[in-house]
Design a protein around this ligand. Structure first.
Ligand code: PEP
Length: 251
């Protein structure tokens, strides 16, 4: 039985004051014990959030890491070893905003995935197709390629220590959500692709859905057999809404 995970990606949002408010709101939520909950603040606010959630069930991740795990001469980057040192336990890799706006290709994503694992952090591999790719009927091919880039480089066994997030690009921040069936079809294909290499790894890996998830859409999405929770952007900046999404994953 896979334990659901709901992860809030705060992206490039927040000031010390607004983050403190969000922490306070999240601290007041009654979160379901059957659900893992993680938040991914901007790297500026990671220490603030980790300090505030010490001893709480909410774990903290980073939105990105450098391709090399060790510290070094790489201006502006943050190494996975530094993220571990500060208390992070997860890292997003391959978010579409980084793939499309910052030019990260599968090779870079793969190296970041490996750097996270090297330090014992859990990589959350984001995959997903653009609107154009979906309309051309290429969704499964695109997602399959993003997944196999990691499987081919690092082997399928790494997915025993990772999470996958299916995030259709056309649904991110647009208010459009994949229907539960559209999402389930892709999640099932991701699991089948991994199962072709290792059935046990495929059974155990958590596959999150991301793309304009709201409390109102969460129950149906999380009710699908291969959807193991959500990666939530905009709605995770509102503690009450995020709490409701977490409860949906526990229902
Ligand atoms: C995301 O960026 O990971 C995301 C899913 O964003 P949103 O929920 O705002 O679509």
């Amino acid at each position: 039985m896979r334990r659901p995970l709901v992860a809030g990606n705060w992206k490039m949002h927040g000031t010390r004051a607004s983050v403190a408010e969000l922490i306070e709101g999240l601290g007041q939520l009654a979160l379901p014990v059957s659900v893992d909950v993680a938040v991914f603040p901007s790297s500026l606010h990671i220490a603030q959030v980790i300090g505030a959630f010490e001893g709480s069930a909410i774990v903290v991740g980073a939105q990105d890491c450098a391709q090399q795990p060790q510290q070094g001469a790489l201006t502006g980057e943050v190494a996975s070893s530094q993220l571990l040192d500060i208390g992070c336990s997860l890292v997003l890799v391959g978010h579409s905003e980084r793939r499309l706006l910052l030019g990260e290709d599968d090779e870079v994503v793969c190296r970041k995935f490996a750097a996270a694992l090297h330090e014992g952090l859990t990589p959350v591999l984001c995959v997903g197709e653009t609107q154009q790719q979906r309309e051309a009927g290429n969704t499964l091919e695109v997602v399959g390629r993003q997944l196999s880039a990691v499987v081919e480089q690092l082997g399928v066994a790494v997915f025993a220590r990772a999470v996958v997030a299916y995030e259709p690009v056309w649904a991110i921040g647009t208010g459009l959500t994949a229907t539960p069936q559209q999402a389930q079809d892709v999640h099932a294909a991701i699991r089948a692709q991994l199962a072709a290499e290792d059935a046990e790894v495929a059974r155990g890996v958590r596959i999150l859905y991301g793309g304009s998830v709201k409390a109102a859409s969460a129950v149906e999405l999380f009710g699908m057999p291969d959807i193991d929770g959500g990666l939530v952007g905009g709605a995770s900046l509102n503690a009450d809404e995020f709490g409701a999404i977490c409860r949906a994953a526990g229902s």
